[in-house]
Design a protein around this ligand. Structure first.
Ligand SMILES: Cc1ncc(COP(=O)(O)O)c(C=O)c1O
Length: 417
């Protein structure tokens, strides 16, 4: 996994060193391998490669030294400090993808077949929701939603519908910050022999390790906190069933063609080196921003897992190291009680924060989910996911927190209350 012995070393040390291997040039940082294919010594070499007798780089779509380094690094972080049932260090394999959506697609398509169903909850990332609504039904794969807080209801669904083959969770979820009790859902799914897939994008492995609670597959949009600087789209799929990862998942990854590339992997690898440092500051800034918002007269409600008012405050404490850097809040309605008007006034008066979709970058990002990321989601699902016209989503950045708060205060003071 690494040239260095990282046994008993800390999480940050893994962020920096895990995955790095020696290279022939002896360069300190792994160079960017801008090569689409790899040389074969002789005819037998090719035979050995394609029959699996030799493990070496073959073709860029299958992987290269940069994608491999970052895959091993993320696998080390998602299994950091965890043990398998035999008490040995847990092993996972990671496969880098061109985007979070590509990683989700590989995992779903490799795990499911026509006639299978997915059981999931409300408040998923809009793209994931659209994949379930608009792409998979054409393959005769349907998704059923239910309230994952009602464990009896989840069990009823799993027990009564044998076509459910996969439980899909995103926690904390986008943009309500609602959490799913990962341990409880995994216990139910295991009882019925069903696999669980978890989107861990918002938390990152620094704040939450879903494998610790029995999840089978983890995906991340690495575009977000893992990269941290907004320089590359990417995704990763991880699993602890190494046979499945090395066979079916690898095959689907290669044949669907959603592979990551060397340059983006290089950027991602560099970003992850400061993950722990960044997350600590993101989290402490977010906490202060949430307290500020909570007391502002133009704000109706703040969804932040670190506030005791959030319904998942206790659950987040149980399964996450910290409440994280994501929050959302509702602006109040103006004189005509039309919240969208105030949401627009707020956004249009921001002077420091970046108005853009995406999240997890060093700068504060602010977006209006109802008109952007979740514009393609049905009104019913929007309502059930708590996405109102007045909801603003914030990814709290690393600027001086007083500057972020000043910016918010100025913009909120322009709302008509
Ligand atoms: C929680 C979550 N999961 C998955 C995705 C999809 O990732 P990507 O845009 O890298 O395909 C996103 C994108 O915003 C997201 O927020």
């Amino acid at each position: 996994m690494s040239n260095k012995n990282l046994e008993n070393k800390g999480f940050s040390t893994h962020c920096i060193h895990a995955g790095q291997k020696a290279n022939e040039s002896r360069s300190h940082i792994t160079p960017i391998y801008a090569s689409s294919t790899y040389l074969m010594d002789d005819a037998q070499y090719g035979v050995d490669l394609f029959t699996g007798k030799r493990d070496a780089y073959v073709y860029g779509r299958f992987g290269n030294p940069n994608t491999n380094e970052v895959e091993d690094k993320i696998a080390a972080l998602e299994t950091y400090g965890l043990k398998n049932t035999a008490g040995e260090p847990l092993q996972a394999k990671a496969i880098l993808h061109a985007s979070g959506m590509a990683a989700i697609s590989t995992c779903l398509l490799a795990s499911l077949t026509s006639g299978n169903k997915i059981l999931t909850h409300f408040s998923l990332y809009g793209g994931t929701q659209e994949l379930l609504d608009k792409v998979l039904p054409a393959l005769n794969i349907e998704a059923t939603h239910c309230d994952f807080k009602q464990l009896d209801e989840v069990e009823k669904q799993l027990a009564s519908d044998k076509t459910i083959q996969l439980v899909y969770i995103e926690t904390p979820a986008n943009p309500s910050l609602a959490c799913v009790d990962i341990e409880a859902i995994c216990a139910l799914a295991k009882k019925y022999g069903i696999i669980v897939m978890c989107d861990n994008t918002f938390a990152t492995p620094y704040l939450q390790q879903p494998f610790a609670f029995g999840v089978d597959y983890i995906i991340h949009s690495t575009t977000k906190f893992l990269n941290g600087h907004g320089t590359a789209i990417g995704g990763v799929l991880l699993g602890t069933d190494l046979d499945m990862m090395n066979t079916k998942m690898t095959k689907h990854h290669r044949l669907l063609g959603g592979n990551g590339n060397a340059f983006d992997a290089f950027l991602l690898n560099t970003g992850i080196k400061t993950l722990a440092l960044r997350m600590d500051k993101h989290c402490s800034n977010a906490e202060q921003v949430a307290h500020f918002l909570e007391q502002h007269k133009a704000v109706e409600k703040v969804n932040y897992l670190g506030l005791a008012s959030h319904e998942d405050y206790a659950l987040a404490k149980k399964q996450m190291k910290h409440a994280g850097a994501m929050l959302s809040f509702e602006v109040k309605g103006g004189t005509d009680n039309y919240r969208y008007e105030n949401a627009k006034l707020f956004i249009n008066h921001l002077k420091l924060s970046t108005h853009a979709v995406s999240l997890g970058t060093v700068d504060t990002l602010i977006s209006h989910p109802a008109s952007t990321t979740h514009a393609g989601v049905t009104p019913e699902i929007k309502e059930q996911s708590g996405i109102s016209d007045g909801l603003i989503r914030m990814s709290v950045g690393l600027e001086n927190v007083e500057d972020i708060i000043d910016d918010l205060e100025n913009a909120l003071n322009h709302c008509n209350i």
